[in-house]
Design a protein around this ligand. Sequence first.
Ligand code: NAG
Ligand code: NAG
Ligand code: NAG
Ligand code: NAG
Ligand code: NAG
Ligand code: NAG
Ligand code: NAG
Ligand code: NAG
Ligand code: NAG
Ligand code: NAG
Ligand code: NAG
Ligand code: NAG
Length: 595
Amino acid sequence: MFLTMPSSAALFLCLINICLLASLPSAEDATVFYNFEVSYITASPLGVPQQVIAINKLFPGPTINTTTNNYVVVNVRNKLDEDLLIHWSGVQQRRSSWQDGVLGTNCPIPPKWNWTYQFQVKDQIGGFFYFPSLNFQRAAGGFGGFVINNRPIISIPFDTPYGDIEVFIGDWYTRNHTDLREALDAGKDLGMPDGVLINGKGPYRYNDTLVPEGIDYETIEVHPGKTYRLRVHNVGVSTSLNFRIQNHNLLLAESEGSYTVQQNYTSLDIHVGQSYTFLVTMDQNASTDYYIVASARFVNESIWQRVTGVAILRYTNSKGKAAGPLPDAPDDQYDKTFSMNQARSIRWNVSASGARPNPQGSFKYGSINVTDIYVLRNKPPEKINGKRRATLNGISFVNPATPIRLADWFKVKGTYKLDFPAKPITGPPRAETSVINGTFRGFMEIILQNNDTKMHTYHLDGYAFFVVGMDYGEWSNNSRGTYNKWDGIARATTQVYPGAWTAILVSLDNVGVWNLRTENLDSWYLGQETYIRVVNPEATNKTELPIPDNALFCGALSKMQKPQDISSAPSHGASELRLFFTFLMFACTFFSFFQ
Ligand SMILES: *[C@@H]1O[C@H](CO)[C@@H](O)[C@H](O)[C@H]1NC(C)=O
Ligand SMILES: *[C@@H]1O[C@H](CO)[C@@H](O)[C@H](O)[C@H]1NC(C)=O
Ligand SMILES: *[C@@H]1O[C@H](CO)[C@@H](O)[C@H](O)[C@H]1NC(C)=O
Ligand SMILES: *[C@@H]1O[C@H](CO)[C@@H](O)[C@H](O)[C@H]1NC(C)=O
Ligand SMILES: *[C@@H]1O[C@H](CO)[C@@H](O)[C@H](O)[C@H]1NC(C)=O
Ligand SMILES: *[C@@H]1O[C@H](CO)[C@@H](O)[C@H](O)[C@H]1NC(C)=O
Ligand SMILES: *[C@@H]1O[C@H](CO)[C@@H](O)[C@H](O)[C@H]1NC(C)=O
Ligand SMILES: *[C@@H]1O[C@H](CO)[C@@H](O)[C@H](O)[C@H]1NC(C)=O
Ligand SMILES: *[C@@H]1O[C@H](CO)[C@@H](O)[C@H](O)[C@H]1NC(C)=O
Ligand SMILES: *[C@@H]1O[C@H](CO)[C@@H](O)[C@H](O)[C@H]1NC(C)=O
Ligand SMILES: *[C@@H]1O[C@H](CO)[C@@H](O)[C@H](O)[C@H]1NC(C)=O
Ligand SMILES: *[C@@H]1O[C@H](CO)[C@@H](O)[C@H](O)[C@H]1NC(C)=O
């Protein structure tokens, strides 16, 4: 797709680019800097004091605000007592799985150390979130928003909203994440969560019996008549949540990097790991405040009543408190297709522009021939060598001591196998470091078959995939006849209903090693994940950036790791200048790719 040019010409353009960067920084070239200090704080979101992970003492953490093609530098300082990696969920890290923040590509940041992520948010728009990917830490917080705005030259398919609001919903346990981990290690289930948090806060006291006194709740203040953009993320452990705002329509506009066909919903099911952007017009009379609700789905509601998040939407001219019953959840106990039909109704706006000026639909995924097919089947957790584990196709993933991407770069043999089965294995389940052999520039069809009794969501790093179909029962070749080959949504996280399948298509154009996992945190912790390794057979640095010069080493490569001077106080000035020049070089490398 990109023509190559003589390297002298590329160098020349590169120098011009450096001049441009140095003299007139444009929105596109801009670098955004963030410092993240990750530490424990004590908070009592459900009235019980507990240890929570905060970023710069904030829970949820600060929102990273970027624009398409920006360079992003995040210096992460680990003040926890355990290893840390921050993962940028849905942010594609094009050509640089080095920055993905999962154990298959990065060595963890040890306690008291810091590590600087540097990447470009290339050819992307949308509302995403970040979270700590190791050791069940997400159950303790550490998450925050990640926004990629359109470049000013590309208009968004709706009027600019009056304001932007980030909303994090998620189930929550009052046990800390080490306790939760111990329960899983001991082969136990985590049981029912203790509540649902909205923006790190417990429920508004809508019912004196159900909600104890003295809980701090979230209040979102708005101006009457205005339209706001709400970016809602399910950052929880395992509970699907129904999201709704009393008396207000949710106009769905974007999801994980794609503009959708705009449709009103009175409520939407948001599964673990998913992000949705809604436009909400404050068109009510403000006779009272309004409830914002996130309630557990597909469970016995009379038992799960306390697992309900309630926040308050307050107009500046509000005449009183919210009172009375919450707005109803969907009444579909006997209609298991209701939620699935809602999911199917979410479609791609093929004529809207995404990150590039051409319409999203100009990538005609429906007419591309599939090169690889994987049917991935999960099961409820089962024992492997006496330990309770979770599997995909009968394989429970074991993280390698040396990350796969690093092992490849330094030619360390035997850390993983490239033999992930394309179909469920028939023999007994195994615990292995087994990885999918992706074909560079191939077009992969993945069928996710949920043979567990609970809801799952699956996420693929490095890519957006097309959700082309889902249905109950066993997938078969004939199921392809039902695929949406025209306006299936491109996203990074899809739900798979219990006893059902979801089919996705993905164009393997991003070189690297990419995590494919369930977002259900307990199943993930128990090994329900793998990686897709995509290698360009041609030796070139054009399709993948070389290893960053600050890479951390571990496992078989741990001797290469220099100790970090953890006593040194953060210094500014010189180091930022150095980063700036690193980025000029970085930008330069990118620039020459596109000639
Ligand atoms: C995010 O960045 C854009 C572009 O720099 C800016 O216009 C906008 O005000 C920022 N938003 C927030 C919430 O800071
Ligand atoms: C750690 O942070 C300091 C500034 O706070 C920075 O100068 C240094 O480069 C960082 N170290 C790494 C390895 O990222
Ligand atoms: C799709 O996007 C186009 C182009 O921005 C916009 O005009 C149109 O209203 C959108 N259609 C729907 C149904 O959302
Ligand atoms: C987690 O909670 C347990 C008690 O339930 C406590 O013993 C332990 O110290 C806590 N861990 C941390 C890291 O706070
Ligand atoms: C509060 O919840 C309890 C338990 O579900 C219910 O019996 C009671 O009617 C509710 N109170 C109000 C005022 O709605
Ligand atoms: C969505 O609902 C609002 C009222 O809240 C209405 O004004 C608008 O026309 C509806 N949009 C669509 C696409 O149905
Ligand atoms: C405000 O709207 C509510 C709900 O639509 C309605 O019940 C109420 O009568 C209205 N109040 C006034 C003062 O218009
Ligand atoms: C939900 O739980 C309640 C209380 O245990 C029980 O009486 C009821 O039958 C359950 N409902 C369903 C649909 O299982
Ligand atoms: C897809 O495969 C068919 C049959 O093998 C072939 O005729 C067609 O040209 C291929 N399409 C593309 C876009 O490669
Ligand atoms: C992986 O796939 C490539 C083709 O994409 C093939 O050449 C290679 O032999 C495969 N490797 C293994 C170990 O199967
Ligand atoms: C799991 O698979 C078995 C065998 O195909 C089937 O009988 C069972 O109904 C499936 N269960 C679910 C929940 O999909
Ligand atoms: C890619 O970059 C690395 C590090 O900068 C360099 O050592 C290597 O020779 C480059 N490879 C090619 C094929 O240009």
